[in-house]
Design a protein. Structure first.
Length: 342
């Protein structure tokens, strides 16, 4: 019994102690709850305001972004529409350009064909003209040769007719054999017909009689006509100069001035624009007077004549021949320069 009483006393004491601690704790807890509630209210007020402001700002930004997105969408749609229009326009432009190019190409092909036909006609015409000029040059050369031969024949005939009689005069009177008295003569001269007009030689039988025969020599007056022709050439009277040189050549075709005469005949034709005929006269110098000082100049002018006739290939051949055969001449240097330009 005593033990139970002790237990009960201890339990009551414990209960009282428990009740006292609970009320204090409750007061503390109540105070803490109020503090917490106050803090919660403060946090609530401050946080909600900030959240509301942030939310409002976010909503405003979202609205702005949405508007920008709408504008961008509108621009994209507009750009897509413009791009579509541009593609359509470009397609139409390309079609138009292609058609124009095809028309232009067709027109150019027609023009090219027409030009080729014209070039072919011109080439044919030039060939025929060159052939005609060559034939004309040959004809004129033959005519000139015929005239030269006739002139030569006339010159020979005139010289023969004018110099066929030569007077032979004795230096002394005849003396009779065995007498010192001269024989009176009604005429003291006789005429002797000779075949050659340049020289006449007395027979040996007359030398025994102490008589001598004078020799008549036909003078060579070729230099005077040549000087006259050269004066006309220097006066740029090329047609008259050519005729003068031709007469000089007819009278003395193998004289010392033959090459020079032929060269200036070619020069007279060259200065008249008769390049094809000039080539023939230059060729006579080259072929018949290869060692004459005028031959390099004749080769040079022959090449220049071929250039004038647009025959550059033949001109190159002539210049190369001049350089090879007359390398030390001034004309060879000129030929090298002209070769470089061809």
């Amino acid at each position: 019994m005593k033990g139970i009483r002790n237990i009960l006393v201890a339990g009551c004491s414990l209960l009282l102690l428990c009740q006292c601690a609970t009320q204090d704790d409750l007061r503390k807890l109540d105070y803490q709850m109020r503090a917490v509630n106050q803090k919660v209210d403060e946090v609530k007020n401050s946080t909600v305001d900030q959240l509301q402001k942030r939310q409002a700002s976010s909503v405003s930004k979202i609205d702005q972004v949405y508007e920008e997105l709408v504008q961008l969408k509108a621009r994209l749609e507009e750009n897509a529409h413009q791009a579509s229009q541009y593609r359509e326009q470009n397609r139409e432009s390309l079609t138009t350009l292609q058609a124009a190019l095809e028309e232009r190409i067709a027109a150019n092909e027609q023009k090219t064909t027409a030009l080729q036909q014209q070039i072919q006609q011109l080439t044919t015409g030039i060939d025929s003209m060159q052939q005609a000029r060559i034939r004309e040059a040959e004809r004129r050369a033959r005519e000139a040769a015929r005239k030269a031969e006739l002139a030569k024949q006339r010159t020979v005939m005139a010289a023969a007719s004018s110099s066929s009689f030569v007077k032979v005069k004795p230096t002394r009177k005849k003396v009779r054999v065995g007498s010192s008295q001269p024989v009176s003569m009604k005429t003291n001269s006789s005429s002797v017909h000779i075949a050659e007009p340049e020289t006449v030689s007395a027979p040996s039988g007359n030398e025994k009689n102490g008589s001598s025969v004078q020799t008549v020599v036909v003078p060579d007056n070729a230099s005077a006509p040549f000087d006259q022709a050269m004066a006309k050439f220097k006066a740029k009277q090329y047609k008259e100069a050519y005729a003068g040189f031709e007469q000089v050549l007819v009278k003395n075709p193998r004289g010392e001035q033959a090459a020079q005469t032929l060269f200036y005949m070619g020069e007279s034709l060259y200065n008249q624009g008769e390049y094809d005929l000039a080539i023939l006269d230059y060729q006579k110098v080259i072929s018949n007077h290869a060692k004459d000082p005028h031959t390099p100049a004749a080769l040079l002018k022959q090449g220049m004549s071929f250039e004038k006739l647009t025959d550059n290939e033949t001109a190159k051949i002539i210049y190369k021949k001049l350089i090879n055969e007359y390398a030390g001449s001034p004309e060879a240097g000129k030929a090298r320069k002209r070769l470089e330009n061809l």
